[in-house]
Ligand binder design. Structure first.
Ligand code: ADP
Ligand code: ADP
Ligand code: ZN
Ligand code: ZN
Length: 720
């Protein structure tokens, strides 16, 4: 019995792990922390969770096993006492246009059931209320709720003629097949500007179809003209909108279906009501309001349904995502929101003795929301489950029963357990995390004086309440606020629309398979490439591992994948470049004695090498002075994702360098250390969803803690 209290790991050697031996308490919360690249994921994901999956798969028949993903055995001497693992990560839920928060949490099915029992007038079984069922869907939009329309304003430049390239979509450009065979083949005057077209000419250009095209060669079959819009629709708009390529998305507009007004349902379904509201109106309410409405239904016939629904809706509240509506499409949820939705599915589960593995669950959460997350992790534990969390957030670390710090550095400098024990012990430990747990960053004293503003006027998308914001140029601005308050909408929808020259350094620019690569470094890598090019007076592109400087054997991957039919493919280090990804000639170019491969543009050695290059000692080389001379506007969304507290200070120094070079940086962030070092803070709130969307405060960090009483300001005050 006693033996069974621990998951026992012996001799772990996966990736950079140096023969790690470790016991993990069952039915407790264990947090793994340490600098990025130290080996946390190698222990938690590549060893524990992989082995649990593998062992579970082995319990099935060969027939089933062949249909499951295969897991190779992790590099370890022995692994004992595992439980079945559930991994809850931040991979976005994705899903097609028919997948909504309501459908994937099953709350919408309960709502359908409710309507089929007590909706007035009664119209049928519960599937009639489904927009994914032909009986209930709006016949016009087939239950999608909107139509994809070509955006005529964006497709045509009316100040030009066909010969001057009036049609902006590349398929119709000057010189293309369609341009030659259709547009300038006799129907239109190719030199007439579109704005001078008569109505008839304009209509034929868009939709004309009967006109015979005069063909240059006699023996070609007779051809008929096809209007630009008709052709665009026929060839490019056949897919669902979330599958369209970005190239096409720029030329379309999504319009709510005019028959169902975006509700996806047939008129008959919409006429069926409970307490005056139809099912689409129920689904369109924020979860917090929906609970109130549901609780007002007092009919005993449906009491079990109501209880079930309220309990599920309350988990949305517990997860801090009660600002979402059931009608929200899952493909539009952020990574953090997706992760919280996945948690809900497990919260209501009555399985015990499971192993729940979380990958940085605090992402996207305001310090205020982290407390609710903590309660949920504790609940899972108290139900008798083992909870394993990879996390950097101080407040999550504080609730751990057991903490494992991996380090001391990254890559080959990491791979060892440098601390193991409880929280009190960590506060005393002479390790990176120990030191950061003890210290508190001060507020920035001298904030930069700005020279002008980039303004956002009348922002009203989603929940924004027609707000105007001014972002100082040449400064570091941090946008804060609880989840759902409107930060992303303000910056990604409204700011970017008004300032097209801003450069977004987002998580998507990083391959999602490479978990340990913090998003921000992509922008920083770019700056480093500039420095190499500048110092060696050669082309910058040489230093990119997807360019001509890349090793030709492995195409810059650093490894070769060998596919072995039924087994997982084997990955071996490329023998030509030894995993360095670059050609020898590129590696000869040095910056402060280091080659591009030593600098760690490769994820394998990221983190540690960056801080050795960019840290104190290397100020001498004045990287800053050599960075990109032009000043840019950078937008970053939670750049501290995946970063240990110590990595955060490196990130800050890099951001500061970019600002010192004249760039303007806008960061959406909950991390208190980043807020403290901002020149300017814009705090949104007060709550999420409808309860948010207002500017609570703008000013310096000092003014923020002394003048504001917003949730964010309160947390910041407690941390100085
Ligand atoms: P952390 O989770 O602490 O950020 P990881 O466990 O992801 O760190 O990485 C530890 C080390 O192992 C890093 O040097 C990383 O580059 C390397 N590594 C991670 N995944 C792989 C892989 N699939 N193949 C080779 N090396 C890897
Ligand atoms: P934050 O970035 O502060 O977490 P968001 O800007 O993501 O907040 O969200 C603000 C509000 O806008 C929330 O009510 C959210 O549900 C809503 N919202 C965000 N994105 C979408 C979308 N693609 N479709 C519908 N509503 C959205
Ligand atoms: Zn419709
Ligand atoms: Zn190679």
């Amino acid at each position: 019995m006693v033996e069974n209290q621990f998951i026992r790991l012996f001799g772990l050697k996966e990736n950079n792990l140096k023969n790690v031996t470790l016991n993990i308490h069952k039915r407790k919360i264990t947090v793994f922390t340490g600098v990025s690249g130290s080996g946390k994921s190698s222990i938690v994901f590549d060893t524990i969770s992989k082995e649990a999956q593998r062992q579970l798969n082995q319990t099935f028949t060969t027939y089933i096993q062949n249909r499951l993903p295969t897991y190779s055995q992790p590099d370890a001497l022995s692994i004992e006492n595992l439980s079945p693992a559930v991994v809850i990560d931040q991979k976005r839920l994705g899903g097609n246009v028919r997948s909504t928060l309501g459908t994937i949490t099953d709350i919408y099915s309960l709502l359908r059931l409710l309507f089929s029992r007590i909706g007035k007038p009664f119209i049928g079984e519960s599937d009639v209320f489904s927009f994914n069922n032909p009986k209930g869907m709006c016949p016009e939009c087939q239950g999608i709720g909107r139509n994809i329309e070509p955006n005529i304003g964006k497709l045509f430049d009316k100040t030009k003629s066909l010969n001057e390239g009036a049609i902006l979509f590349s398929t119709f450009a000057v010189g293309t097949w369609y341009w030659q065979k259709h547009l300038v083949s006799g129907i239109f005057d190719p030199d007439k500007k579109l704005k001078n077209y008569t109505d008839t000419e304009w209509q034929s250009l868009l939709h004309g179809k009967d006109k015979k095209i005069i063909l240059p060669l006699k023996n070609e079959p007779v051809k008929y003209f096809e209007g630009v819009i008709d052709r665009f629709k026929r060839i490019y708009l056949r897919q669902e909108s979330n599958q369209l390529s970005n190239k096409i998305k720029r030329f379309i507009t999504l319009k709510d279906c005019s028959v169902c007004n975006g509700s996806r349902l047939s008129q008959e379904v919409l006429n069926c009501k409970i307490n005056g509201y139809n099912i689409a109106q129920f689904a369109g309410m924020e979860a917090s309001e929906l609970i109130k409405l549901i609780e007002m239904i007092k009919d005993p016939i449906v009491e079990p349904i109501i209880l079930n629904m309220t309990s599920r809706l309350k988990s949305l509240v517990d997860m801090g995502i009660d600002y979402l509506t059931l009608s929200r499409e899952t493909s539009t949820l952020s990574g953090g929101e997706s992760q919280r939705v996945k948690m809900i599915r497990h919260l209501n589960s009555s399985l015990t003795d499971m192993m729940y593995i979380f990958d940085e669950p605090s992402i996207g959460l305001h310090p205020h929301d982290v407390h609710r997350l903590n309660r949920m992790l504790q609940n899972l534990r108290d139900k008798g489950n083992t909870v394993i969390v990879v996390e950097h957030d101080k407040d999550v670390i504080k609730i751990a029963d057991h903490i494992v710090e991996v380090g001391p550095g990254a890559g080959t400098n990491g791979g060892e357990v440098v601390y193991e024990g409880n929280l009190n012990g960590l506060y005393e430990a002479d390790t990176l995390t120990g030191r950061y747990m003890r210290s508190k960053q001060p507020l920035k004293k001298e904030t930069r004086i700005c020279n002008g503003y980039l303004s956002i006027f009348g922002a009203s998308k989603h929940n924004l309440k027609n707000i105007t914001a001014h972002i100082p140029c040449g400064a570091l601005t941090v946008i804060t606020g609880v989840a759902g308050s409107g930060k992303s909408t303000l910056i990604f929808d409204e700011f970017l629309k008004q300032h097209l020259d801003a450069i977004v350094i987002d998580q998507e620019s990083v391959s999602t398979s490479i978990r340990s690569l913090p998003a921000t470094y992509t922008g920083i890598m770019d700056a480093i490439r500039d420095s190499f090019a500048f110092a060696n007076k050669v082309s910058k592109s040489l230093f990119s591992f997807n360019s001509k400087g890349a090793c030709s054997e492995c195409q810059g991957n650093g490894f070769i994948n060998t596919d072995l039919a039924f087994l997982e493919s084997i990955r071996t280090t490329c023998e030509t470049c030894n995993g360095k990804r670059f050609k020898d000639e590129v590696l000869q170019y040095k910056l402060d004695g280091k080659s591009i491969s030593d600098v760690g543009l490769d994820y394998m050695t990221l983190g540690q090498p960056l801080n050795t290059l960019l840290g104190g000692e290397c100020q001498r080389i004045k990287l800053a002075g050599e960075l990109n001379q032009s000043s840019n506007i950078y937008v970053l969304d939670e750049p501290t994702t995946g970063l240990h507290m110590s990595d955060v200070s490196h990130l800050l120094s890099i951001l500061n360098r970019l600002v010192d070079n004249g760039s303007t940086i806008i960061v959406i962030e909950h991390n208190l250390d980043i807020m403290k070092q901002a020149d300017w803070i814009i705090d949104l709130g007060p709550g999420g969803g409808k309860k948010g969307g207002e500017i609570m405060f703008t000013g310096t960090p000092h003014e923020f803690v002394s003048e504001s009483n917003s949730l964010t300001a309160q947390y910041l005050k407690n941390d100085i």
